[in-house]
Design a protein around this ligand. Structure first.
Ligand SMILES: C[C@](O)(CO)[C@H](O)COP(=O)(O)OP(=O)(O)OC[C@H]1O[C@@H](n2ccc(N)nc2=O)[C@H](O)[C@@H]1O
Ligand SMILES: Nc1ncnc2c1ncn2[C@@H]1O[C@H](COP(=O)(O)OP(=O)(O)OP(=O)(O)O)[C@@H](O)[C@H]1O
Length: 312
């Protein structure tokens, strides 16, 4: 039976952060087409805001910060935010629909889980709009059906991701890091990067061994030792992304020349991340990029997961 819930508010806005992978260990492709992961997620201070209001039907509209290319973001029911709304309604047997407004500050198809952030924010916002009080366990389970990165977008902070990335366990993180986020105007679709990882593994160019939890990185995070964090960063998808997009190697070399604590490719790319443990040095690095005309944002980490920022 389909029911209608009594709206508890007229508009709810939830903020969700971008994610980076401090470690991305990828194993051999599974029978279901996904890859087993051991990853360390960290939420960083670039945000999408999702506002939900009552609507006669499902609808979505997206606007973006300057520098965010919205061309690839669907304006129909294939938008992952609408899929999240449908999944929450179905979970509760509700016939409810809503209008979703997305304000994007997270680059699209940048390996920073922007779509996943929107899905997670929509779950939390609609739960509040409709007064459902869905448990955290249920929200995490619904999130996992929407995408491998969506559960982490709910919890934020710093966490181990295992399975295909959907099983999340928060870990202690005493670091206060600054990341310069350098997007690229041409996105890199995630499935293609995983497929190319398989090709390189078959050719013996990369090793697809069963991924392991990186103890050195976890110890460095817990102890708040940025130099040890920098030394332990790794991304098994980087070789595949750079092989697909040799132009990114050139950009990487320019970023290496900044002399930061570390440079890392974000997830499946093409976004790069430049790490600093000090905000003044980070600002100086960012100023160099401004002078060179390279688009970038500066973001602190770790930051919180989805949270309500406005309730009307
Ligand atoms: C690259 C990462 O962002 C790192 O956190 C994620 O692994 C990608 O997560 P995501 O975009 O939420 O991915 P999903 O929407 O679940 O899957 C998209 C596609 O990526 C590939 N995929 C994703 C996750 C995974 N562990 N193995 C995969 O092979 C599959 O081809 C899948 O069809
Ligand atoms: N709300 C949304 N925001 C952005 N992209 C969306 C959204 N809904 C669907 N999409 C589709 O998903 C694709 C991937 O978008 P997204 O910005 O999440 O990539 P990503 O950051 O590389 O993801 P990940 O890091 O999780 O692999 C887009 O190219 C777009 O076609």
């Amino acid at each position: 039976m389909s029911l209608l819930a009594e709206p508890q508010s007229s508009a709810v806005t939830v903020r969700a952060a971008a994610k980076i992978n401090l470690h991305l260990g990828v194993g051999p492709v599974r029978a279901d087409g996904f890859h087993p992961l051991q990853t360390i997620y960290q939420a960083i201070g670039l945000y999408d805001d999702v506002t939900v209001t009552d609507g006669e039907d499902w609808s979505v509209r997206t606007v973006g910060d300057s520098g965010i290319d919205l061309t690839a973001v669907p304006g129909d029911d294939t938008n992952i935010a609408v899929r999240a709304g449908l999944a929450l309604a179905a979970h509760h047997g509700l016939a409810q629909t809503a209008h979703i407004e997305i304000h994007k500050g997270i680059p699209v198809a940048g390996g920073m889980a922007g779509g996943s952030a929107d899905a997670a924010a929509t779950l939390v916002a609609l739960d509040r709009l409709w007064g459902l009080e869905t448990s955290d366990e249920e929200l995490l389970a619904i999130a996992a059906t929407l995408g491998s990165d969506v559960p982490f977008a709910l919890i934020g902070g710093t966490a181990i991701g295992s399975g295909r990335g959907e099983l999340v366990t928060p870990v202690p993180d005493a670091t206060e890091l600054w990341w310069i986020v350098v997007p690229h105007e041409i996105g890199l679709p995630t499935p293609g990067v995983y497929r190319h990882f398989d090709v390189l593994a078959e050719r013996g160019v990369v090793t697809a061994a069963d991924p392991v939890v990186p103890d050195a990185l976890l110890d460095a995070l817990a102890a708040g030792e940025p130099a040890a964090v920098a030394a332990a960063l790794s991304n098994d998808l980087a070789a595949a992304a750079y092989d697909l997009r040799p132009d990114l190697v050139e950009l990487r070399a320019r970023l290496d020349a900044l002399g930061a604590d570390a440079v890392l490719l974000s997830g499946s790319g093409p976004t790069h991340l430049v790490m600093y443990d000090d905000v003044d040095r980070a600002r100086a690095g960012a100023a160099e990029l401004t002078d060179a005309g390279v688009l970038h944002w500066l973001a602190p980490a770790p930051v919180a997961g989805c949270h309500v920022v406005s309730l009307l």
